[in-house]
Design a protein around this ligand. Structure first.
Ligand SMILES: Nc1ncnc2c1ncn2[C@@H]1O[C@H](COP(=O)(O)OP(=O)(O)OP(=O)(O)O)[C@@H](O)[C@H]1O
Length: 243
C-alpha cells in the first residue's frame, strides 16, 4: 500500500430536506487500501457511498479521485475514470448469459481475444464458470452478486466500491466473496459497505464507523469490535456489533 491517497472527501454533506444523512465527512483512502464502512441502520453509510459513486449529488463538500475533483460527476463518468462500482442492486443484462455479461464488461478494457480470456478467468475466479451459459435473469441473488463482481473486476479497476456485496449469499458464496475481496485488495483500493459481521470479520482491517451521518471512529477492526461506545451506538438499532 502506498501513502498516496486514491480517494478523499472534504467536508462532504448530503441533505434530504431537513435530514442531514452525511454530515461534514472528511475521509481518505490510500492507494491499495481495503476499508470497510460500518455503522448502525440509518448511519449514512449508503448515502456516503452513493455520493462517491455519483448516484447522489452531494449538497456541499468535495470528492477527489487521485487529486481530481469529481464532485457531482455521474456514475457513468466515474466508471470511465476507472472506478469499479457494485451497487446494492446488481446491474446486469438479464436476457443474456453469464459469460456474455462478463465478456462485455471485459471488452470495455480489453481487445476482443483478450476479453474472452479475461471473461473466462473472471468466471473461474468468482466461482461462476458452471453458470456460464445460464441467463443471468434466472439466477439467485447471491449468484447475481458474484456475476456482477466478475464484471467489475474484469475491468481491473484501481478502486473498487462495493455496497453490501454479501447480501443474499449462501455461506459458501460468502466465503468465496471474502477470498475475492482480499485478493482484489492486493492490487486495488477497495471500499466495502456491509452489515454482515461474519463477513466483515473475515475481511476487515482498518474500518470507518459512521453514526448519525458523521465518522464516529476509525481504527483496526479488533479495536472497533471491543469499543464500548461503538457497541452502544449499535444497541437498540440492530444486532450487537460484538455478537
Ligand atoms: N432518498 C432519501 N430521502 C430522504 N432521506 C433519506 C434518503 N436516503 C437516506 N435517507 C435518510 O438518510 C439517513 C441515512 O440513511 P442511509 O441509508 O445512508 O444509512 P445507512 O447507514 O446506509 O443505513 P442502512 O445500514 O440501514 O442501509 C437516514 O435517516 C435515512 O432515512
Amino acid at each position: 500500500m502506498s501513502d498516496a491517497h486514491i480517494l478523499t472527501t472534504e467536508k462532504l454533506v448530503m441533505q434530504f430536506g431537513g435530514v442531514t444523512a452525511v454530515d461534514n465527512v472528511d475521509f481518505s483512502l490510500k492507494e491499495g487500501e481495503l476499508r470497510c464502512l460500518l455503522g448502525p441502520n440509518g448511519a449514512g453509510k449508503s448515502t456516503f457511498f452513493k455520493c462517491l459513486t455519483g448516484q447522489l449529488t452531494p449538497t456541499s463538500g468535495t470528492i477527489k479521485l487521485r487529486g481530481a475533483d469529481i464532485t457531482g460527476w455521474n456514475t457513468h463518468d466515474i466508471v470511465n475514470l476507472g472506478v469499479g462500482i457494485k451497487t446494492q442492486v446488481p446491474n446486469l443484462f438479464n436476457g443474456i448469459s453469464v459469460y456474455e455479461n462478463i465478456r462485455m464488461a471485459a471488452r470495455r478494457k480489453h481487445l476482443k481475444p483478450m476479453a474472452k480470456e479475461k471473461a473466462e478467468q473472471m468466471m473461474e475466479k468468482c466461482g461462476v464458470s458452471h453458470l456460464a451459459r445460464r441467463e443471468v435473469g434466472l439466477l439467485a441473488h447471491g449468484q447475481r452478486q458474484l456475476v456482477e463482481l466478475a464484471m467489475v473486476l474484469a475491468e481491473e479497476p484501481p478502486l473498487v466500491l462495493l455496497d453490501e456485496p454479501a447480501a443474499g449469499m449462501t455461506g459458501d458464496e460468502r466465503d468465496r466473496l471474502a477470498d475475492l475481496v482480499l485478493e482484489t485488495a492486493r492490487s486495488a483500493a477497495v471500499i466495502v459497505v456491509e452489515h454482515d459481521m461474519a463477513f466483515i470479520r473475515r475481511i476487515a482491517k482498518f474500518v470507518t464507523v459512521f453514526n448519525r451521518g458523521a465518522i464516529f471512529r476509525e481504527a483496526m477492526i479488533d479495536e472497533i469490535l471491543s469499543d464500548r461506545a461503538v457497541q452502544e451506538i449499535y444497541l437498540g438499532k440492530q444486532a450487537d456489533v460484538a455478537a
